[in-house]
Design a protein around this ligand. Sequence first.
Ligand code: ADP
Ligand code: MG
Length: 534
Amino acid sequence: MSAKVAVPRMKVPSKSEFKDKEKPAQIRSSNIVAAKAVSDAIKTSLGPRGMDKMIQDSKGEVTITNDGATILKQMKVLHPAAKMLVELSQAQDAEAGDGTTSVVILAGAMLETSQQLLTKGFHPSNISDSLLHFAAKAVEVLESMAIPVDLSDRASLLKSANTSLNSKVVHEHSGMLAPMAVDAVLKIVDPNQDTNVDLHDIRIIKKLGETVEDSQLVDGIVFTQKSQGHGGPNRMEKAKIGLIQFCISPPKTDMDNTVLIRDYAAMDRVLREERQYILNITKKIKAAGCNVLLIQKSILRDAVSDLALHLLAKQKIMVVKDIEREDIEFVCKTLGCRPVASLDHFTPECMGSAELAEEIQAGGSKFVKITGVQNPGRTVSILLRGSNKQVLEEADRSLHDALCVIRCLVKKRCLIPGGGAPEAELSVKLTQYAHTLTGMDAYCFRAFAEALEVIPAILAENAGLSPISTVTELRNRHARGETTAGVNVRKGSISNIVDENVLQPLLVSTSAITLSAECVRSILKIDDIVNVIR
Ligand code: ADP
Ligand code: MG
């Protein structure tokens, strides 16, 4: 008997699948279109006359912002190539902190140019190589137009912080936020040797209430908690500050346990015992000379019980509880104290001293402020106020940008004019440079040089000016050697932008060019998208 064996039939690939030469081009084109869409979406927020975005998340929370990185972070982007632009803006945020909109717009313009070059028949690798060369040359030109700045030149630092704050929702408060940012950074850096700033040493404390104008730079530290009254002091001069990580409450066992008490005398004994235990702790704290006690938050049990608070109050010790774990390092650095993990180690050496610790009431809320710290570390606290959550959050983001701008100046002490002047200058200089090149490079250079004019064009468009006439005039004036001519959005004309005090750190512009070129190069090199099914 013969059995028929079923041979699985192999799928014979159709001829067209082998011949699908169009596919890489299609993928590339779809990537470019998707990435460009992201860039187009945030175009309108560029510059001081840019629009703001209102973003609503799935929980109904509303954010109002003008910051490119924030807008993109919240946007639900699905296309993998579009996600690359979102990451590009995050990269700029980490590297420079400002210029997050510009970097995405530059990438969008470079992508559009690449698309045109591709349709003309250029190979993606050639375009990519040219772009690498282009970015390096652009950085050289930017460096040649930079104005060196000294960290003692407060006026210049203020100008650059102001430029960054100009384009924010909270720009009307730039008059007080800019000096705050400058002072905060200058306070924690040593101008002679520091080449970077750790922004963790600047703590921004947001507290709802009052207006942004009531924000203040605190020379010392601020806790958003109030002090734990219970009849105890809420103002202490010549404060001796201890920071404890152990709990002042009845101990708990590791395992579940039950204590059965049958008669009243035993109950009484337990209570007396507890009181004695806590009294002993508070007495030791007092004996060490502590009069302001900071208590770390505990997740296992009450960090401090009501009885303990009562006893501490009786001993005239001011208490601030619920200090977050991640704030401990900052608190110690600021107050010059050491966190104490067990009562036995609670000694006077662990404590910090300050002139004054007091509870302050402002705008319906209370907080604790410690000032006049002896041997303070290099830290600063900024108490940010705002009448509503959106304003407060945006003020925080804007202040962060301003701090980053000053940090850029610590890293690289050079300024360049803003208002589209650097991009216009680059465009003119690199077009001239293209004449010295031959072959494909020359063509690509010319095309990319023109693409950079997107920044002044959009600045003009957002300010209600004609982008074409503005850009042509700008090009003309830069060709005549006016390197600082830029778009004066206030007067609606082209003028010497340095006279308008629009200055920005060199690092913001160089990193925008380098990062955007890098991103465009990697998008160009992709010729297929592979989906993995898990
Ligand atoms: P980004 O997120 O890229 O920093 P902004 O909205 O802050 O975007 O806009 C930055 C651009 O606006 C820069 O090119 C800067 O030079 C320009 N700019 C800022 N202030 C002014 C001004 N007063 N006049 C003209 N241009 C300005
Ligand atoms: Mg900015």
